[in-house]
Ligand binder design. Structure first.
Ligand SMILES: C[S@@+](CC[C@H](N)C(=O)[O-])C[C@H]1O[C@@H](n2cnc3c(N)ncnc32)[C@H](O)[C@@H]1O
Length: 293
């Protein structure tokens, strides 16, 4: 065997990264390099800097085989967060899998609005996060407001199991409880100083044209918002006044093109000081308002 043939078979970190990122890029993935770095780093226990520092290190057969398995799944569209089993949100590492929506950086805006617009409330506030999924919003808020009691709810028992695990792992369980059921049903008769939700808000007809990562892997229950995407938003805006304390805040995440329609819904029902907050990309993302007097 020639020297050239031997070195061909050595898969260094650099060679794997280059080959795999090129492959994903050719398939239209616009975060190809990052995806591959995260997957390879996960397999061999290095962060992105470590991968650069050790770029000539050859991969062991077991590492290559584990990487190949994850890479194939990524190539078929499975989200990186599900492959790693984790996603960062508001500085917390949360467990995620196919039972829950992958928390998005844009949803951190909902936490910021909730914190900012309830600053003047009592130290011992009560908050409700509906449609909690992985628990990301409820947990981030509970950690920032340790003197408040936070209730997190979801219609999916599968999602609640993930949220419960995350609440334990992050220590948020100290001031957070989880309840199951549709919208306000599990908190009948209770009132809150803050109600947040990132409900499903994709128009049903748009779901088929979503990227494959979302359409084929994330739970349909987390996406489908009915014919115009606003079925749950309308229901929450309508029911929330019966569950808000005087001056309590409702804050909802919405799609980039649902801001004015949602803000109008709140105003029509008498919510006060209705505001639309933008995400990092400058698009409408969160609509909030204080409950009708
Ligand atoms: C868009 S995901 C949001 C998950 C998480 N809060 C986040 O921001 O990543 C919507 C969640 O709403 C839940 N859901 C759907 N319909 C619901 C309903 N009628 N009542 C309560 N939760 C519902 C889904 O199970 C899913 O977990």
């Amino acid at each position: 065997m020639t020297q050239a043939a031997v070195s061909e078979d050595v898969w260094s970190i650099k060679r794997v990264l280059t080959w795999a990122a090129d492959d994903l890029r050719r398939r239209g993935n616009d975060s190809a390099r990052l995806d591959v770095e995260l997957l390879l780093g996960h397999v061999i226990g290095l962060d992105r800097i470590g991968l650069i520092m050790q770029s000539e290190r050859p991969l062991a057969a077991a590492e290559l085989s584990r990487f190949r398995e994850l890479f194939k799944r990524r190539r078929a569209g499975e989200p990186v967060a599900y492959l790693l089993g984790a996603r960062e949100f508001y500085g917390l590492s949360l467990r995620v899998d196919g039972r829950v929506l992958v928390p998005r950086p844009d949803s951190e805006r909902l936490v910021e609005v909730a914190l900012l617009r309830t600053r003047a409330r009592s130290m011992l506030g009560q908050a409700l996060d509906m449609c909690t999924g992985s628990g990301c919003i409820a947990i981030a808020f509970a950690r920032q407001r340790p003197t408040w009691n936070v209730t997190a709810s979801d219609i999916s028992e599968d999602a609640l199991a993930v949220a419960r695990d995350n609440a334990h792992r992050t220590g948020a369980i100290r001031n957070l409880r989880l309840v199951g059921g549709s919208l306000f049903a599990p908190v009948a008769g209770q009132r809150f100083d803050l109600v947040t939700a990132n409900p499903p808000y994709i128009p049903a007809g748009d779901i088929e044209s979503l990227p494959v990562d979302v359409r084929d892997f994330e739970p349909r229950l987390a996406l489908d918002g009915g014919p115009d995407g606003l079925d749950l938003v309308r229901e929450i805006v309508k029911q929330a006044p019966a569950h808000l304390t005087p001056g309590g805040l409702l804050a909802l995440e919405i799609a980039f093109d649902q801001g004015p329609r949602t803000a109008d819904l709140l105003r029509e029902l008498g919510y006060q000081d209705v505001a639309i907050a933008k995400d990092l990309g400058g698009r409408d993302r969160v609509v909030s308002g204080y409950g009708p007097p």
